[in-house]
Every structure is written in structure tokens, then in C-alpha cells.
Design a protein around this ligand. Structure first.
Ligand code: GCU
Length: 609
């Protein structure tokens, strides 16, 4: 079966590093656009030997001369039945999308490798309209084919991407095939070793987005840095070949700003207003914003606030705050699977509210967009991070490009969310020259895209002569010095904790990005017995007494809101594949330490109001 395109096309496509370029075509705010969902049941084929992708000489079909048989994605409609076809999508079983495969099929619980997905759909694209295929995320590598044509490749398990399919889509019988491979690799981001479950699959929403020939692809509408009476940013049109009219309206502020794009379809703006009600956790004010062109009106709900540091203080709208936080993985603990919906986000953020939080650390990767939109709405500040976690291949330029692309996609998607106050570059990465350069590159990229938010990373402390020391070189480049410490769990005495000595080498705000210990919910005993709720409760009591005394302490995000799956946690009868540091069990039951932290947050809130 022909590959429909000249072989040189495939060779070129294959050689371009798969993660270049997608982020600058990313369409933002997809929930407010003209979309058709492709969520639902998709057929799937498990393909551990990637038989659908490589021929018997292990050559990728989509890079072979045209007269070669194509793979799963192509000879789906084999022209003549004489061709040897040894698979059939339509008689294959189905998986739900969005969703990881591990939790949907017993046989796929530990599966790491390739699974092919297939979805058929009809679409009548009106004249003078364009159509895009959008994925909220696929973990980890995706190869996407539509009607036998390769659309492209995406690498990175937690950020969105889209392809234009205007010239390929048909009114009836489109067949969309996606090769998903969640195999871990040393040079990937994250690398092979993580303390969370490697959920594979099309793990977030899939949708078709219909747009006019010239459409609003991207925009930034936020408070100008260091000027709380100015709203500024840009609007970028796709295929805005000539000067296009753009109107930004914020009716409640009586703003109606008419702009004209440049030859590339982009326009920057600045709008003064002295009437802005600033977003904050107690009053999470969101404004209805609309962006109008001659061809469409796009709406968004945007909050305006300032966030900065001044010596040891974190200032939200000029007021010193304490980040009453908790760390959260993107998992619905009761379902034991990837979280992906507004309902899942409500479960997590309502628990955080109950705890008395004004802040969450979304670990260890960008969470789905529903989480950020809900955080905006209910008033929860957010630390967002990319999975530059532990022993990343810091000397590998492709690894850096991969991390930069994931960071760029995350910031592109979320830069209009008032709730996000911190972009974090890394978690517990071992200091070295290569690692420092890698992270400095990420910091520079972040500032080049969004200079308005604070930058941090979860560092580590070390101990010398009984003193806890934080002197990681990259602390110099961070706005907030954050670090993980596990006194009383991975060493250190709980009894002595309240008198622990600390030496933090930076006069900046300090946030404890992780502390905690494990407990099996319902296991009771003395405060000296590991894994009991009483031990975890005592650990929190003693750590809080210690942390309160740390100079410049301005927040914490204890590890972690709820028990979560990890292949590293195998203690029978206690962990059974779960990391038990949650304050809430995977049955949704609060442990005693939940209330210890809740009481502390009640107390500290009074000190800062
Ligand atoms: C580390 C790491 C977490 C991990 C936790 C633990 O600090 O950042 O991802 O789950 O410790 O050991 O439970």
C-alpha cells in the first residue's frame, strides 16, 4: 500500500527531532472554543514488539520507500484482500479515552510498551473553516496518523499538542490511529527512575477544534510586571497574514481596546485601569475577557494579581503571605488511576480546602488543565513543575530540548491562570556542573516566556556536624529557596527535631516543598511505631515545631495529600504498591496527621491576616 507521500518526506520528518516546533503551534483555551470531543471508547492493540511500526528488519514503516507495505496505521483499508493483514482494529477490544490503560485492564496494570489506539469519526468541515486535532496529553511518546497520513510525533507525557487536519479530514469514515509508547528511557524526561506509577495511554481529553481561516491561536492577558494598574500582553493570530483588527474587552472594567496586528498576525498591548479587583485565595476574582476579530469571538475568565518576593517575604498583591500548602500527584486515589477531569480536580482541591490550604504543589509534572482552571475559580495558588526529576541525563542536548519543550508547552497553556504563582524547574536533582547549566537554561527559557511569576525548584539539604545546610548553587538563581527534608522518616530524630539547627545560605523566602512520613490508614499503635497513624501524627507535630523556627520560612507543601501508586513501594500488608505518605488513604479516609496539619494552618493563617 502506498504511503501517499514521497519517501523523502518521511525521511525528513523522521530526522527532525520529534519535539521541535509543536509548542509554537499550540492552541490555548480549548475549553472555550468550537470543539467536538473524541473522548469515549477507542479500539486498541497491544504491540510489545512494535510490529505495527517496524518491519522485520526493524526499519520504521513510515520511513520506507513508498512501495512498501505500510503498518497498522496504513493498510487498515488494505486495497486488495490478498494482502497479508494480521490484525483488525474493529474487532479488537476497547479502552476509555481519556484514561490510563494500567487501571482499565488487569493485564495492562504493569504494561510498559506500545499500544495502538484507533478511533473512527465523521466530520463535515464547512467551507472556509480549518480543523485541528488536539490532545490534552499522551504518556509518553505519541505517533499520530489520520487516514493513512502521519501527522507527527509528540514526546512528553503531561503537556498538550495539536495538528492541523484541514486538508486530510473527510466527511465520513475518518480513521485516527495513535501509537502510544510509555517505555521509560534514561535520556527521557522523566528518566527511568520515578516514585510514581508510569501510567500509559491517551490520558487526557482529545478534541477536534474548528476555527476560521484566520483564528486567535495564542494570547497573554495578565498584569504588567511591577505595575498593578496595567494589563498587558499580546494576541497572536494564526495565518493573520495582514493587519487584522483585534478587540480586547473586559466589560466589568469598561475596557474595549481596539488593536491592529503586525504582518505576522501578532500585536502587543498595554491597558491602564485603576479599577481592578485583584485575585487572591479569599476573593478569587475572575473577569470575563473576550477577544474579538472579524472572524470569531473567544472568551476567557482571567484573574489579575501581582506576585513578587522582597527579601524573605512572598508578596501577593503587595501583602506578605504564608503558603499553606500540600503536594498533590495527578491521581484519583479511590480509582487508583490518572486524574483527568473536573470531578477529579474537585476531589483533590476540596480536600486541600478542607485542610485549610491556600496553595498546592502540583507534583511532579504539569497537571491537566481542569485542575488549573478550578484553582483559579476556587482561589488556590499553584506551584507547577515539569518532570525534571532525580537523575535526568543532564549532559544530553536532546534531553534538554525535551525538557525545554515540555516547559514551553506548559507555560504556553497556563500563562493566563492567576492561580499559578511559581514555575518549578526540577525536583531533587543531584548537583553538578551539567545539572546547574541544564537548570539555568530552563530558568532563562521560563523568564523569556513569562517574567511575571516566581521561579523555584525542590532542592535538597545536607547535614554537616549536626547542622542542616541548604547551599545548592542554583539557589542563587531562584526567587524562592524550596527544599525537601524528611526528618524522622529518612533519618534524623523526631525528638530532637524542634531544636534542629539550620543554615540556609540565601536571604530569600524559604518553602519546605516536601516533608512527611508513611502511615497505613487504620493501623494504630504508639508514636514510636513506624507505619501507624500515631507515628505520622507525631512526625507532623515535631516537623512543624522545627519548621516554624526556620529563618525566612514562608510556606510548605507536605508530602502528600493522598496515598498514591508507586512500583517502588512494595512492603506487603502496608504499602502493596502504594506510597503511604498521604494524609488521606486511597479509600478517601483522613488519617490523624491530616488534623495536625489542619490545626497548624488555622494557627498560621491568623498570624498572616
Ligand atoms: C522524594 C520525592 C517524591 C517521593 C518522596 C518519597 O522527596 O520528591 O517524589 O515520592 O520523596 O520518598 O515518598
Amino acid at each position: 500500500m502506498n504511503l501517499f507521500m514521497h519517501k523523502s518526506f518521511f525521511i525528513k520528518i523522521a530526522l527532525i527531532l520529534p519535539f521541535i516546533g509543536l509548542s509554537q503551534n499550540l492552541i490555548i483555551n480549548t475549553t472555550n472554543r468550537n470543539t467536538t470531543t473524541l473522548n469515549g471508547t477507542w479500539h486498541y492493540i497491544v504491540d510489545p514488539y512494535q510490529t505495527g511500526y517496524y518491519n522485520y528488519r526493524h526499519q520504521p514503516y513510515d520511513q520506507l520507500p513508498e512501495n512498501n507495505n505500510a503498518a497498522f496505521y496504513n493498510n487498515y483499508h488494505a486495497k486488495n484482500k490478498m494482502e497479508l493483514v494480521e490484525y483488525n482494529f474493529d474487532t479488537s477490544p476497547t479502552l476509555l479515552v481519556p484514561g490510563d490503560w494500567n487501571s482499565q485492564k488487569e493485564k495492562l496494570f504493569y504494561y510498559e510498551g506500545t499500544i495502538w489506539y484507533k478511533k473512527s469519526f465523521d466530520y463535515n468541515l464547512p467551507n472556509k473553516k480549518r480543523l485541528f486535532l488536539y490532545f490534552g496529553a499522551i504518556n509518553y511518546k505519541a505517533e499520530v496518523y489520520l487516514n493513512g497520513k502521519k501527522l507527527g510525533t509528540h514526546i512528553g507525557g503531561f503537556t498538550p499538542f495539536n495538528f492541523e487536519i484541514t486538508s486530510i479530514v473527510k466527511p465520513v469514515g475518518n480513521y485516527l490511529v495513535v501509537k502510544v509508547d510509555n517505555t521509560r528511557h534514561k535520556d527521557a524526561v522523566p528518566t527511568t527512575n520515578t516514585d510514581w506509577w508510569n501510567y500509559g495511554g491517551i490520558t487526557r481529553d482529545v478534541k477536534l477544534i474548528e476555527e476560521p481561516l484566520t483564528f486567535i491561536q495564542d494570547y497573554n492577558i495578565q498584569l504588567k510586571k511591577n505595575d498593578k494598574n496595567s494589563i498587558n500582553g499580546y494576541v497572536k493570530l494564526n495565518k493573520g497574514s495582514k493587519s487584522e483588527k483585534v478587540i480586547i474587552s473586559i466589560p466589568e472594567l469598561k475596557i474595549e481596546k481596539q488593536l491592529t496586528t503586525d504582518k505576522d498576525g501578532k500585536v502587543k498591548f498595554e491597558i491602564k485601569s485603576k479599577k481592578i479587583k485583584y485575585w487572591n485565595p479569599k476573593n478569587p476574582k475572575l473577569y470575563d475577557v473576550s477577544i474579538k476579530t472579524d472572524y470569531q469571538t473567544l472568551k476567557d475568565q482571567i484573574g489579575f494579581r501581582t506576585i513578587e518576593t522582597k527579601e524573605s517575604n512572598i508578596l501577593l498583591n503587595g501583602k506578605s503571605i504564608f503558603l499553606r500548602g500540600i503536594s498533590i500527584h495527578e491521581e484519583n486515589p479511590m480509582r487508583g488511576s490518572r486524574a483527568y477531569s473536573t470531578d477529579d480536580a474537585l476531589v483533590a482541591l476540596n480536600w486541600a480546602k478542607e485542610l485549610g490550604c491556600n496553595y498546592v504543589r502540583l507534583a511532579h509534572y504539569p497537571h491537566n488543565e481542569h485542575m488549573l482552571k478550578l484553582a483559579d475559580k476556587i482561589g488556590m495558588m499553584v506551584w507547577e513543575e515539569i518532570p525534571v526529576y532525580w537523575t535526568i541525563d543532564f549532559n544530553n542536548k536532546n534531553t534538554l530540548q525535551n525538557a525545554e519543550n515540555q516547559l514551553s508547552e506548559a507555560i504556553t497553556r497556563d500563562k493566563n491562570r492567576a492561580s499559578i504563582i511559581i514555575w518549578s524547574m526540577a525536583n531533587e536533582t543531584p548537583p553538578s556542573k551539567a545539572r546547574n547549566n541544564f537548570i539555568k537554561n530552563l530558568i532563562n527559557l521560563t523568564k523569556s516566556i513569562d517574567s511575571t511569576r516566581l521561579i523555584s525548584a525542590a532542592l535538597e539539604k545536607h547535614n554537616s556536624n549536626g547542622v542542616n545546610i541548604v547551599d545548592d548553587e542554583i539557589g542563587k538563581y531562584l526567587d524562592i529557596v524550596a527544599f525537601n527534608q524528611y526528618t524522622g522518616w529518612y533519618g534524623g530524630s523526631l525528638e530532637d527535631a524542634p531544636n534542629a539547627k539550620w543554615n540556609i545560605k540565601f536571604n530569600k523566602p524559604v518553602v519546605i516543598s516536601e516533608f512527611g512520613g508513611g502511615a497505613l490508614q487504620g493501623l494504630h499503635g504508639t508514636a514510636k511505631e513506624r507505619w501507624t497513624e500515631e507515628y505520622q501524627e507525631y512526625l507532623y507535630q515535631q516537623n512543624i515545631k522545627m519548621i516554624e523556627k526556620i529563618p525566612n520560612i514562608r510556606g510548605m507543601s507536605p508530602w502528600i495529600l493522598a496515598d498514591f501508586r508507586s512500583p517502588k513501594r512494595v512492603l506487603p500488608g502496608i504499602q502493596d504498591g502504594w506510597n503511604r505518605k498521604g494524609l488521606i488513604s486511597n479509600g478517601g479516609v483522613k488519617k490523624k496527621a491530616f488534623f495536625t496539619l489542619k490545626d497548624f494552618y488555622k494557627k498560621i493563617k491568623k498570624q498572616y491576616n
